[in-house]
Design a protein around this ligand. Structure first.
Ligand SMILES: O=C(O)C1=C[C@@H](OP(=O)(O)O)[C@@H](O)[C@H](O)C1
Ligand SMILES: C=C(OP(=O)(O)O)C(=O)O
Length: 446
């Protein structure tokens, strides 16, 4: 990032009220560009998230031969119809783990070489979880310690694998399935815990044969290799991971009522709604439609007392990105909220467990940090002390979570840098302002 840091704080002088819609789902946006780029013919995408992460995927697919354009009402992707071209320069994936891992999957079964680079946050994230199975399929990698910058050479004759995910990760599952597209035979992935299934749904939409079987030990996904993929018309629903911020804001500022419309409600993503329900939050959901294979609806919340609860570890893969903002909700519940099963939070854009604990403690929220979780003692609805400057560690979700925490704080909570919010939620501060929040943005480095 070359621009100077942009400190941000939010405050609420009155209750929040209004109806908003949030930008498109990030996971679905990445996948629509990637599948559109390898399919034959034209894919049109409405509601694409125009955040930096997704734009990094678009730029990478362009370098590998797809023709991608932003029209007045939709994006178009003219696919390569199978064979990706070797990029002439490094693929810069910025802050985006999804771009890095899913693209490695796509490239792994094409006989091309590509170098992947990213920002300081992405360079710190583990890639061994994808290089291991993709190596079994025949790809080779050069990197220092399995991290970016990394050079991948795809297999000239990729081999199908049957792979059991060692961690609950939709990115790893998707990387293997995407590699399976250009691989003869069946590629099989077993997941012990169900993770977001946007890839499976969208692969089917593009014409691939994907068989999913569910057992009490999780799910098995079998992809028939070398399908003919044809361009599709895709409508991207609003991102529930982004909706979670105005939703929690509406829950913690007394008297508020907030509706978010057109949100993706895929059951592999709605753990946050169940978790908020456990805290006794007043959350209403109307499932009223679909965007292709993805269910969509509206979410309405009303502020009210929150009660501490144990958040079961089984929810982790169904809401992994929402834990930072759930911790903010827990800071206002009455009593101790315990969340477990969160080891994966330590390898996101930042170590989200440690960074949330550090920031909450600086704001005067009592807590106990565990190896794989956290116990937060909530204020029972009263304002938390606040009065801290938060280091958001290049992590958009940390930045937005602490901005929301500041809405019910005795003294301002200043987030050091709002720039990373552009990766997933362009227009975040303006959307919050439309609900009645005051935003204080400072373009000058302090
Ligand atoms: O597949 C995806 O689109 C994503 C999967 C999750 O990562 P993991 O697979 O590492 O859990 C999530 O945190 C990320 O924001 C998006
Ligand atoms: C973890 C996230 O994204 P990624 O892995 O794509 O960087 C996120 O958006 O919270």
């Amino acid at each position: 990032m070359t621009a100077p840091p942009k400190p941000l704080s939010l405050s609420a002088e009155r209750a929040l009220s209004g109806t908003v819609s949030v930008p498109g789902d990030k996971s679905i946006s990445h996948r629509s560009l990637m599948l559109g780029a390898v399919a034959s013919g034209r894919t049109t995408i409405t509601g694409l998230l125009e955040g930096e992460d997704v734009l990094a995927t678009a730029a990478a697919m362009t370098k590998m031969g797809a023709v991608i354009a932003r029209g007045d009402t939709a994006w178009t992707v003219d696919g390569v119809g199978g064979a990706l071209l070797e990029p002439e320069s490094a693929l810069d994936l910025g802050n985006s783990g999804t771009s890095a891992r899913l693209l490695m999957g796509l490239i792994a079964a094409h006989p091309i070489t590509a170098t992947l680079i990213g920002d300081d946050s992405l360079q710190a994230r583990p890639m061994g979880r994808v290089t291991a199975p993709l190596g079994d399929m025949g790809a080779t990698f050069a990197s220092r310690g399995g991290r970016l910058p990394l050079t991948i050479t795809g297999a000239a004759q990729p081999m199908p694998i049957e792979y059991t995910l060692p961690v609950a990760s939709a990115q790893v599952k998707s990387a293997v399935l995407l590699a399976g597209l250009n691989t003869p035979g069946d590629t099989i992935v077993h997941e012990g815990e169900v993770t977001r299934d946007h890839s499976e749904r969208m692969l089917r939409g593009f014409g691939a044969e994907v068989e999913v079987t569910e057992t009490d030990r999780g799910r098995t996904i079998r992809l028939r290799g070398q399908p003919h993929l044809s361009g599709q018309a895709i409508r991207v629903p609003g991102d529930i991971s982004s909706a979670a911020f105005p939703i929690v804001a509406g829950l913690i500022v007394a008297g508020s009522r907030v509706t978010v419309t057109g949100v993706g409600l895929n059951p592999t993503r709605t753990g946050i709604l169940e978790a908020l329900g456990l805290l006794g939050a007043n959350v209403g959901v109307s499932k009223d439609g679909a965007a292709g294979a993805e269910p969509v609806g509206d979410i309405t919340v009303e502020a009210g007392p929150l009660t501490a609860a144990d958040i079961p570890a089984r929810l982790a893969p169904l809401m992994i990105d929402e834990y930072p903002i759930l911790m903010v909700a827990a800071a206002f519940a009455d009593g101790d909220t315990e969340m477990r099963g969160l080891a994966e939070l330590r390898v996101k854009e930042s170590d989200r467990l440690a960074v949330m604990a550090e920031g909450l403690a600086a704001c005067g929220v009592p807590l106990r940090l565990l190896d794989d979780g956290i116990v937060i003692t909530g204020s029972g609805g009263r304002a938390i002390p606040g009065g801290a400057r938060i280091d958001s560690h290049l992590d958009h979700r940390i930045a937005m979570s602490f901005a929301v925490l500041g809405l019910n704080a005795a003294a301002p909570v200043l987030v050091d840098d709002a720039r990373p919010i552009e990766t997933s939620f362009p227009g975040f501060a303006a959307l919050m302002q439309s609900l009645g929040v005051s935003a204080h943005v400072d373009d000058q480095e302090r």
